[in-house]
Design a protein around this ligand. Structure first.
Ligand SMILES: Nc1ncnc2c1ncn2[C@@H]1O[C@H](COP(=O)(O)OP(=O)(O)O)[C@@H](O)[C@H]1O
Ligand SMILES: [Mg+2]
Length: 232
């Protein structure tokens, strides 16, 4: 991840979801994100924010255009290679947490390490450390249904950071939380940013977006405003 130039670069990227009525979700996206930026993405529902994050997070592929992650073309990678890139470099935080309900917090957090090939002792040690970092040492054996929304999102953040990813992508991470839990989650994202992580945050909250160094606004699948790091 040490190549010079932008960490993330999209060129002429478009995404059309196939189907009886194909949906054009993204068009003509040009985007460069430098290491260490904190970018907020805003826009009305359906404007393509999640689709953009899924492509940046290697959860999905563009239909058109190029995606370079740290100088490497990832748009054309096969499923296994794409999953490996995602697991190693990217942490994802979703609005609805996406935890496995039958696994404990500890097991959920250690999950990405299974794909990374770590043994049980290492998984446990690192998952405990990540849960400690988000202040959940007292909840490691709880399962998601036994946790509050704020606690679930902190488990999800611990899972997202366990591989020390260079990039955290957060898709409305406070959307299902009360304001206090939301502030805690945001505090963690800002702390990760201060320690060098590149963060991209989708939010409907203008106050949160205001705290980001850069703001991107989307409308109908296009970027209609990009402060381009001018606020950094
Ligand atoms: N898996 C999918 N299949 C078909 N259409 C989709 C899919 N995901 C999203 N869309 C459509 O793509 C457009 C952009 O959606 P999305 O990226 O989720 O927007 P946002 O996150 O800004 O609300 C919407 O019209 C949505 O209905
Ligand atoms: Mg969305």
């Amino acid at each position: 991840m040490s190549a010079p130039g932008p960490l993330l670069r999209l060129r002429d990227v478009g995404k059309t979801y196939p189907g009886a009525v194909p949906v054009a979700a993204l068009a003509d996206i040009q985007l460069e994100v430098n290491p260490g930026e904190f970018t907020a993405v805003m826009g009305p529902s359906g404007s393509g924010k999640s689709t953009l994050l899924h492509i940046l997070g290697c959860l999905d592929r563009p239909s058109r255009g190029e995606y370079h992650l740290s100088g490497r073309a990832v748009g054309s990678l096969g499923d296994a290679d794409l999953a490996a890139v995602r697991n190693r470099h990217i942490g994802f935080v979703f609005q609805s947490f996406h935890l496995l309900p039958r696994l404990t917090a500890l097991e959920n957090v250690g999950q990405p390490l299974i794909y990374a090939g770590a043994g049980p002792a290492e998984r446990r040690r690192r998952a405990l450390a990540a849960l400690d970092e988000v202040g959940l040492t007292a909840r490691v054996h709880h399962r998601p249904p036994q946790l509050s929304g704020g606690e679930r999102q902190r488990v999800a953040i611990a899972r997202a950071i366990i591989n020390r990813p260079a990039i955290i992508l957060a898709d409305e991470p406070t959307g299902n939380l009360d304001s206090r839990s939301g502030s805690e989650v945001m505090g963690m994202l800002f702390r990760l940013h201060r320690s060098g992580t590149t963060v991209i945050l989708v939010t409907h909250n203008a106050n949160l977006a205001e705290q980001a160094g850069r703001l991107i606004r989307m409308h109908d699948g296009r970027v209609v405003e990009d402060t381009g790091g001018a606020r950094q």
